[in-house]
Design a protein around this ligand. Structure first.
Ligand code: KG4
Ligand code: ZN
Length: 346
């Protein structure tokens, strides 16, 4: 008979190009203790997709199929537990590449049935927020910015199960903009880390790229104009026979993205009357963004929570931890749980 209050959860993540599994342990949340990670295994498909300049969905699904069982085995073994010690399974069920999600969801359902464990589906975007719950459990309410290759969204988090999306990108996600600009600059995929590294040697004020503020009170983002501005600038410079150091272009573009991300996040915190901000998702690994957030935290006295870099990009630790909290709140799914490509934050 499955226990009703899981305290050792296996998390599974296959929404894009990382096959990941993790075991997280519930500590005493009444004492404010954060969950403890017993293992965190990520098998990246990066090298496979690199040559195509982006993730190829069909290849991603096939690679997940090859990796999923070895990755889960490794996560359980590294945690020093056996399947019989587990008390629940959490799996990313939405949003993402549907063929990739299906691999994780089907595996999780099969294991839940075989091992007689409760199952819960986790929204990947909300999952990212829980990368900030590893060494400390942030207090509610807080304003979360999830900024990744597929999403740029501001979520007012009131509790594990109550939250409201208060801003989102109207076009490209910030990570997508990093990847597209990296391609323009002739850098590899994924572009974010490459732009970040190059920008360290560039002048962020070399080119004043536009910042899309949108309507005065808007908490939405827009990055497609910025990407076009970089393209137009490069074409014009080329026509005029001017050379602009690629380091300066990278630094100026990155500055524009980070400026707007920080400005809107702080504005959202102010509008919703909270002095706590959590920033997560792949782009939160960006060194300039982390620097700006730390600066504003000190200047404005806002508490800023940013996960360690290893937990910013896709992983299953964040899924296991959100799963722990969802189980604690009594949330469960049955074996009809399905993968969904583009469900909203829910
Ligand atoms: O969270 P993630 O691994 O996957 C999604 O859920 O999308 O985020 C991947 C995105 C990519 O667009 C990548 O270029 C970006 O995060 N990224 C970065 C950095 N590291 C990863 N962007 C800027 N600076 C970085 N250091
Ligand atoms: Zn992600």
């Amino acid at each position: 008979m499955a226990r009703s209050f899981p305290d050792l959860v296996l998390g599974i993540e296959t929404s894009c190009d990382e096959t990941a599994a993790s075991v997280a342990k519930r500590m005493d949340s009444a004492m404010g203790l954060a969950p403890k990670l017993l293992s965190n295994v990520v098998s990246s498909q990066l090298e496979v997709h690199k040559k195509y300049g982006g993730v190829v969905p069909e290849i991603a699904s096939r690679k997940h199929l090859e990796a999923i069982i070895p990755v889960i085995n490794e996560a359980i073994q590294t945690a020093g537990v056996g399947p019989g010690d587990l008390s629940g399974i959490a799996v990313t069920s939405r949003p993402g590449l549907v063929g990739a999600l299906v691999v994780g969801v089907s595996t999780a359902k099969a294991l839940a049935l075989a091992w007689n464990l409760p199952l819960v589906g986790v929204n990947h975007v909300l999952g990212h927020v829980y990368a900030g719950f590893v060494d400390s459990a942030p207090k509610f309410p807080f304003m979360a910015l999830v900024v990744s290759g597929g999403h740029t969204v501001l979520i007012h988090m009131l509790s594990h199960t109550q939250y409201q999306v208060v801003g989102r990108t109207r076009d490209d996600a910030a990570g997508e903009a990093f990847d597209k600009v990296a391609r323009l600059l002739g850098l590899g995929y994924p572009g974010g880390p490459a732009v970040d590294a190059l920008a360290k040697r560039g002048d962020p004020n070399a080119v004043k790229f536009p910042r899309a503020h949108l309507e005065p009170e808007s908490l939405d983002f827009s990055f497609s104009g910025l990407k076009t501005a970089v393209m137009v600038f490069m074409e014009k410079a080329k026509r005029q026979g001017r050379t602009v150091p690629v380091e300066d272009l990278a630094a100026s573009f990155q500055e524009a993205v980070c400026d707007i991300l920080v400005e809107k996040t702080l504005k959202a915190a102010e509008l919703y009357n909270t002095r706590r901000v959590l920033v997560a998702g792949g782009v939160s690994a960006n060194s300039r963004l982390r620097e700006m957030l730390t600066d504003s935290s000190q200047r404005l006295g806002v508490e800023v929570i940013i996960p360690p870099i290893s937990l910013c990009t896709d992983n299953a630790a964040m899924i296991a931890i959100r799963g722990l909290y969802l189980f604690e709140e009594g949330v469960r799914d049955d074996l009809y749980l399905n993968a969904s490509a583009d469900s909203p934050v829910s």
